[in-house]
Write a protein that binds this ligand. Structure first.
Ligand SMILES: Cc1cc2nc3c(=O)[nH]c(=O)nc-3n(C[C@H](O)[C@H](O)[C@H](O)COP(=O)(O)OP(=O)(O)OC[C@H]3O[C@@H](n4cnc5c(N)ncnc54)[C@H](O)[C@@H]3O)c2cc1C
Length: 445
């Protein structure tokens, strides 16, 4: 079947591009096509404007269990190994070292941090350390400046943090994959996949212009992956709750990343302060939380598809009610609803969030930047009446659907490894495990 691809990847964000890279470098698959609906790679969540640019390592994520922290550390190490393989100069502006801190405000948070440090952090990250007020002031003067003396603070420090422009990394993956030659790898832009169907042993993938055939299909389409899974009649019990994110910016007031203590079981990261890899003169504060009825932020044409993916039926509504029964989730959504309202929203964001990190910030120092921030696709399981925390991977007879909330960019190589293993097994293709382990690290069962 001359015109049949081995694999079609739908979606040119970091998930799709890292899979393209992995398949071309470590397998003998001969014909791979990536289809992207916009005119460039990484225009949505993988774009550095739309995410928090953190290489998540498990050291500052206070909501992770020891097992989760150890897993994400292992996944992030693959990313560092990938960058170490590049020739000098290639990584410039793509990855930068930066210190990371989790700030505890008040005795309860400080005690939580102390407990995390003693029970798991010290063992997993021997170079991390606990900081008191004076030490915090040396590293992040604006975290202490103008803070009331009676307000207790403490922090955990990770000196070896990284920020990454995941958009540029997406381009690196794709151009390295393309370098193997046009006969093996093709990329199509401005081509919207509309659906697919099984025809014998192949899949027919149809776009708004044309049709393509493939032995295997991977949807790396962010929130849209569940939409496509449901369109072939599977995973009807799942829905997407789109968690939109916004960021405020100020002039540079932080040297590194300052996270806050985060409770477990909550799908929204607490507001943190970060440098911006693309603009060293600013600090970003966010993400804020909104629940927009759309699959892609700032793309109103995705509202109807959101409605189809959400299922406004009784089980979904009951699940939503149960999720909102959690008082922390209700409080976060309640507070955040107002943060995007002009004027009053900024005031309340400053008081409740940003000034907890940088007390000297003033109303006029902050600006809501409406052009940045993406959507975190959070799945609802209608059978369990609960949110599915973490990434979603649905495998179905020669098709994979990847749903990638945060920290999906940090996990992209770990994710593409899983996809590659399934694809090569399904198609009977070769996977060069030796080369993979030498370059990107050991594979654990
Ligand atoms: C506010 C925020 C902060 C975050 N912070 C971090 C962080 O600090 N660290 C971290 O590791 N992760 C972070 N994440 C998560 C991370 O950004 C995502 O997990 C990751 O970018 C997902 O990549 P993706 O390729 O799966 O999706 P996307 O980047 O969204 O790409 C999906 C692609 O599919 C394409 N597509 C969709 N439908 C079609 C179709 N029908 N036909 C063809 N193409 C289609 C889209 O155009 C798009 O290019 C954050 C996310 C958000 C929203």
């Amino acid at each position: 079947m001359k015109d049949t691809y081995d694999v079609i990847i739908v979606g040119g964000g970091i998930t799709g591009a890292s899979l393209l890279y992995t398949l071309t470098r470590y397998t003998d698959l001969k014909k791979i096509l990536l289809i992207e609906k916009y005119d460039d790679l990484a225009t949505l969540n993988s774009n550095s404007r739309n995410n928090a640019q953190t290489l998540h390592f498990g050291d500052i994520e206070t909501n992770y269990s020891a097992e989760e922290a150890s897993r994400i550390k292992h996944e992030a190490e693959r990313i560092l190994r990938y960058f170490r393989m590049q020739s000098p100069g290639t990584n410039r502006d793509v990855i930068k070292k930066c210190q990371k801190m989790v700030l505890g405000v008040g005795s309860e948070e400080i005690e939580t941090l102390d407990n995390i440090y003693k029970t798991r952090l010290k063992k997993l990250f021997p170079s991390s350390m606990e900081l008191e007020r004076k030490e915090i002031a040396k590293l992040e003067p604006y975290v202490v400046k103008d803070r009331k003396k009676e307000e207790e603070i403490g922090a955990l420090l990770s000196k070896t943090g990284y920020m990454i422009d995941f958009g540029k990394m997406t381009h690196m993956f794709a151009s390295q994959a393309k370098a193997v030659g046009k006969e093996r790898v093709s990329l199509l832009f401005n081509t919207r996949v509309m659906g697919m169907e099984k025809r014998g042993k192949r899949y027919r993938v149809y776009t708004h212009k044309n049709e393509y055939f493939s032995r295997f299909v991977v949807f790396a389409t962010g929130s849209y992956s569940l939409y496509f899974a449901k369109s072939i009649g599977i995973e009807k019990n799942l829905s997407i709750l789109s968690v939109g994110a916004g960021f405020y910016t100020s002039r540079k007031v932080l040297n590194g990343k300052v996270y806050r203590v985060q409770k477990g079981g909550i799908p929204f990261a607490a507001v943190h302060g970060d440098p911006d890899i693309a603009d060293k003169n600013i600090t970003r504060f966010g993400p804020t939380v909104t629940i927009p009825p759309m699959l892609e932020k700032r793309h109103l044409d995705t509202v109807i598809d959101y409605m189809k993916t959400f299922d406004f039926d009784i089980p979904t509504m009951v699940s939503l009610e149960k999720i909102l029964f959690n008082k922390d989730i209700r409080r976060i959504i309640g507070n955040n609803m107002g943060y995007s309202v002009p004027g009053i929203g900024k005031y309340s964001f400053l008081k409740k969030e940003a000034s907890k990190i940088v007390p000297s910030l003033k109303f006029e120092n902050l600006r809501l930047n409406g052009d940045i921030g993406g959507i975190r696709p959070q799945m609802i399981d209608e059978n369990k009446h609960a949110l599915v925390l973490g990434a979603g991977k649905i495998k179905h007879d020669g098709v994979i659907f990847n749903i990638t909330p945060s920290p999906g960019a940090s996990s992209c190589l770990a994710n593409s490894l899983k996809d590659m293993q399934y694809i090569t097994e399904y198609l009977g293709a070769e996977f060069n495990k030796g080369r993979y382990e030498r370059e990107l690290g050991k594979i654990h069962p």
